[in-house]
Design a binder for this molecule. Structure first.
Ligand SMILES: *[C@@H]1O[C@H](CO)[C@@H](O)[C@H](O)[C@H]1NC(C)=O
Ligand SMILES: *[C@@H]1O[C@H](CO)[C@@H](O)[C@H](O)[C@H]1NC(C)=O
Ligand SMILES: *[C@@H]1O[C@H](CO)[C@@H](O)[C@H](O)[C@H]1NC(C)=O
Ligand SMILES: *[C@@H]1O[C@H](CO)[C@@H](O)[C@H](O)[C@H]1NC(C)=O
Length: 492
């Protein structure tokens, strides 16, 4: 299947036909002259595509405000080589900025680790504007391009200054760094974090350090002009003649599909292909499958633990009232199942585009060998679209994009985030459910995710920037919030 063999829509053939029929009905009811204001059509459940404006717009960006003096960075140097894709790296970079401030250390411009999955040699300066990063954060920390010469010859391994993810627990607290890393800096003058995936807790963190984290993510990291220019071109073409654009991040690459241990209707052939992939890339998982009784694919599915397939994604979007005229920007690389699998999408949404379609071969060529830079173009397309829908809330791209849309969106940049568990229950009825019922149930499931809330404790500030550290909240809205809370209390 991955090799472009025929993909059958299998279990969802019936529902896709229903969706096509429903969308055709909607299109018929729109006359040619009303195309420009199709958004106002009563068939469109517009509220589902929007954020609740009043509570959402009460939050405004303010992570750029500082209330401290610069740290001179006298406690040695922090180096970091971040692993993962571009979005994991971004989180690692901002966490390192905070650790540098916490320890009064100087940060060396981060490095990015080469990975066999992402196959990209890009370094920090190939993706982000180095000068801006250094300058913008200069009232906070000292950042240098490289270690001073006298430290460059040190054998960091030998003196114990290489700190990997084995040495730091996930989401470590500031006290961990003060206790374990600071003495190392005093002794060796330099510490090199290698990996650094999610190595700093979101709570508890002092107010100003949390704010610095947001400042780094939302203000200090600008893409280099080459990426910005291609991104601007992409956005111009995305918006051209399109009254409304929806971006969809379809995280359905083979690595995720294989890792999920779910079944996707491709029968024996699919099962063998995914098992072969796991043997090579996730040997630990293959071993686990042999030695332990893992939940069955059906159980995983009913728990909502399987990524949405392209077919499920289009069924959801159709149910939400997006129609054949909607310009859909699909982000994501190499959909498992190949182009034939994307056919389900293009059948229902003919105005579907990708960065490869919007940019000419010669415009995209300079990025072709750099998966991180291509991902940056997807990031730009997704952050700027009128609405953004994700299929996997665990994806780092989706998470950072939704945070950006909250931070800079002024309450007008909605993100559609399905509750996969609820959707799974609805899809389970695929062989009998009527379209109207399906539509109602999906809308209800999505409506329930549409309230504006403050970042829950322990959750990512990159994804949920609505918190006092990152965003400021208007007084009257805060007062209104208190009123509703009191009312709620009284009712109990
Ligand atoms: C700045 O910090 C000082 C001392 O920590 C505090 O009293 C003051 O309220 C803070 N100002 C702002 C604008 O946060
Ligand atoms: C960092 O510098 C500040 C201000 O000089 C000081 O209060 C703080 O204790 C220092 N922290 C460390 C870990 O050296
Ligand atoms: C991309 O890599 C291929 C194969 O390594 C090479 O032939 C091609 O010139 C590279 N393209 C760019 C734009 O660097
Ligand atoms: C589709 O419906 C059949 C019959 O009800 C069910 O067994 C199957 O699990 C459903 N498929 C999905 C993906 O939920």
């Amino acid at each position: 299947m991955g090799k472009g063999k025929k993909w059958k829509h299998g279990i969802y053939a019936r529902m896709l036909a229903l969706a096509a029929h429903a969308l055709a009905e909607v299109s018929k009811s729109l006359t040619f002259f009303r195309t420009f204001n199709f958004m106002q059509n009563k068939h469109e459940p517009k509220d589902l595509w929007e954020e609740p404006f009043i509570p959402a717009s009460a939050w405004t960006p303010c992570a750029d405000q500082r209330n401290w003096t610069r740290s001179e960075g006298n406690n040695g140097y922090i180096m970091i080589t971040a692993n993962g894709g571009i979005n994991q790296q971004r989180v690692a970079v901002c966490n390192a900025v905070v650790v540098a401030r916490l320890l009064n250390s100087t940060l060396v411009i981060p490095s990015f680790m080469y990975s066999s999955v992402w196959k990209d040699v890009s370094q920090f300066g190939d993706i982000y504007q180095e000068e801006h990063f250094i300058e913008y954060l200069s009232p906070d920390i000292r950042i240098v391009k490289e270690l001073p010469e006298e430290l460059q010859s040190l054998d960091l391994e030998a003196i114990g200054s290489i700190v990997t993810d084995v040495d730091i627990m996930k989401e470590a607290k500031p006290s961990f760094y003060l206790k374990n890393i600071l003495p190392l800096l005093h002794k060796n003058k330099v510490v090199h974090f290698v990996g650094f995936g999610n190595r700093l807790a979101f709570d508890p963190i002092p107010f100003d350090l949390q704010r610095l984290r947001c400042r780094c993510n939302f203000h200090a990291l600008l893409f280099v002009p080459k990426i910005q220019e291609a991104g601007a071109l992409l956005l111009r073409r995305l918006r051209n003649h399109a009254p409304y654009q929806l971006a969809l991040h379809l995280r359905f690459e083979i690595d995720m599909v294989a890792h999920s241990l779910c079944e996707y209707g491709g029968g024996q052939e699919e099962a063998e292909e995914l098992e072969a992939y796991r043997k090579i890339h996730f040997p630990a998982l293959t071993l686990l499958k042999k030695t332990r009784k893992l939940p069955s694919p059906a159980a995983l599915r009913s728990e909502g633990l399987c990524p949405l397939t392209p077919e499920e994604a289009v069924l959801m979007l159709s149910a939400l009232g997006f129609n054949r005229r909607t310009r859909v920007f699909v982000a994501g690389a190499n959909i498992y199942g190949g182009p034939s699998r994307l056919a389900a999408l293009t059948n229902l949404f003919p105005n579907l585009v990708t960065k490869e379609k919007l940019l000419s071969a010669s415009e995209i060529e300079p990025f072709a060998n750099f998966s991180s830079q291509l991902a940056a173009l997807d990031f730009i397309g997704c952050t700027a679209a009128d609405a953004f829908a994700m299929t996997d809330s665990g994806s780092q791209l989706s998470s950072l994009v939704s945070g950006y849309r909250v931070y800079y969106g002024g309450g007008r940049m909605p993100t559609i985030r399905p509750n996969k568990r609820r959707l799974a229950g609805i899809f389970m009825k695929n062989s009998t459910i009527e379209w109207k019922v399906f539509e109602q149930r999906v809308r209800k499931a999505v409506r329930q995710t549409k309230h504006v809330f403050e970042r829950p404790k322990g959750r990512s500030v990159y994804r949920f920037p609505r918190c006092k550290e990152c965003m400021c909240v208007a007084e009257e809205a805060a007062a209104a919030d208190v009123v509703t809370k009191t009312k709620r209390k009284r009712r109990h």
